[in-house]
Write a protein that binds this ligand. Structure first.
Ligand code: PMT
Length: 406
């Protein structure tokens, strides 16, 4: 899988930089071409001579090569790479990447990257748990970059906790598995909904909900990362899309979402509806702002079209339909009703009773129920990890339609 792959290995100033030497050896052994790019701080931990000897290429760290006047164009290097792996990545360089700072060759290459970027944040447990680090990691993930999560264990400081760089052989396995899956949804069109819908009460007010869009965007990134053509129909959210093979369609109301989904549904192979669609809308939105008065105000609500149910009724055999269900009680029973009623292949149930699940969180805890009513309870995990896991499940269903118990 790695034979001939051009990999930029970015190394920053962490004690874990010593592991980069083994990582280079393993990558070279697999047939990859490894170009090391170091920050100045990284040179305090491991010498460029060691790394250039192992990678069989001169190590880069400056935009201009000393004395020769040769320019190491960050644009050219970014275009050259099949993947960029930054391991170890310090809290400092992580923060620069999250904020688009490009004050050295590595951060400039990162900013110009066209290929997938893997990042392995490595630091002491207290730094790792600081909210700024958590925010920066999530920012990179929202750009579509792939987290190589640190391990827990003994740290160089003598403390114990999260922050150790993954072992080089595990990083190599992760890269192999990435390249193996990279194109497995190529030729497949995946329709995903995300976020809330806003139903107008008057020109300044609406009925909405707390959906942030994180679940749907994580799924869009995961499928696009595996080669699918993704149509992401999203309600109003403050997230951005990262991959060029995601076509983002912004909508506001349930009826707009319905229209845009119906346009793409007939040509879609996989549909995943994570949006929290308002079931009702004000029957007669006021044309002018409703003025405050001392009397009670009633709004007449009328039902919105059910996008997923309509898809279930029109579904062709080759299409795979996944719904989400957010429940507050009897989660499994309610979800099973939706699975049958909307003629779904799979439903993903999250309950507001579970800490860290549902609206707004970076994590989710779900149960999968398929149309044969096989049930799989999953632990709490990041929405990105869940999205990756759902690509696995759906892939298994598609290649193994006959025997698809989960
Ligand atoms: O966006 P996040 O903050 O990351 O939160 C994620 C989430 C909690 C919104 C997501 O995980 C989730 O559970 N989405 C479904 C929310 C929901 O309330 O679903 P529902 O039970 O109302 O609807 C069931 C299914 O039918 C859903 O797939 C929904 O998209 C779809 N539906 C519902 C109503 C409607 N009119 N049209 C639909 O297509």
């Amino acid at each position: 899988m790695l034979k001939g792959k051009k990999i930029i290995l970015g190394i920053t100033g962490s004690i874990a930089a010593y592991k980069a030497a083994t990582l280079i050896r393993l990558l070279i052994r697999k047939g990859a071409v490894v170009q090391v790019v170091m920050t100045d701080a990284a040179k305090d931990f491991i010498t460029p001579l060691t790394l250039s000897t192992l990678s069989q290429r001169p190590v880069l760290s400056e935009p201009f090569q000393g004395g020769s006047g040769q320019w190491n164009s960050h644009i050219d290097w970014a275009a050259w790479a099949d993947a960029i792996v930054i391991a170890p990545l310090t809290a400092n360089t992580l923060a620069k990447m999250a904020n688009g700072q490009a004050d050295n060759l590595l951060t400039a290459i990162y900013l110009a990257a066209r290929s997938p970027v893997f990042f392995a944040p490595v630091m002491d447990v207290d730094m790792f748990e600081h909210p700024a680090t958590t925010k920066n990691i999530h920012t990179l993930q929202s750009y579509g970059n792939i987290l190589i999560p640190p391990d827990e264990g003994e740290l160089a400081s003598g403390l114990s906790g999260k922050g150790r760089m993954k072992e080089p052989d595990e990083i190599v396995s992760l890269l192999e598995s990435f390249f193996k899956k990279k194109n497995r949804f190529r030729g497949k069109k995946v329709l995903i909904t995300a976020g809330p819908t806003y139903e107008k009460i008057d020109p300044v007010r609406f009925i909405g909900n707390y959906s942030s869009g994180k679940m749907g965007f994580a799924l869009a990134n995961a499928f696009a990362g595996q080669g699918a053509e993704v149509i992401l129909v999203t309600g109003p959210v403050s997230l951005r899309t990262a991959c060029t093979n995601i076509q983002r369609v912004d909508v506001s109301s349930a009826r707009e979402m319905f229209d845009r989904c119906m346009k793409h549904f007939p040509t879609s192979d996989i549909c995943i509806m994570t949006a929290a669609v308002a079931d009702y809308r004000p029957a007669m939105p006021a044309k002018q702002k409703i003025k405050k008065s001392d009397t009670a105000l009633s709004l007449e609500l009328t039902p919105n079209p059910d996008i997923l149910k309509t898809m279930g009724e029109k579904k062709k055999n080759r299409q795979f339909l996944t719904g989400f269900a957010l429940e507050t009680r009897n989660a499994k029973a309610e979800a099973m009703k939706k699975l049958r009623n909307k003629k779904l292949d799979l439903i993903v149930v999250n309950s507001l009773k579970d800490a860290g699940a549902g609206f707004g969180h970076d994590t989710n805890k779900v149960t999968l129920i398929d149309k044969e009513e096989n049930i799989k309870v999953l632990p709490l995990m990041s929405k990105e990890a869940l999205a990756g896991l759902l690509t696995e499940k759906i892939y298994e269903y598609l290649i193994n339609k006959e025997n698809h118990a989960i």
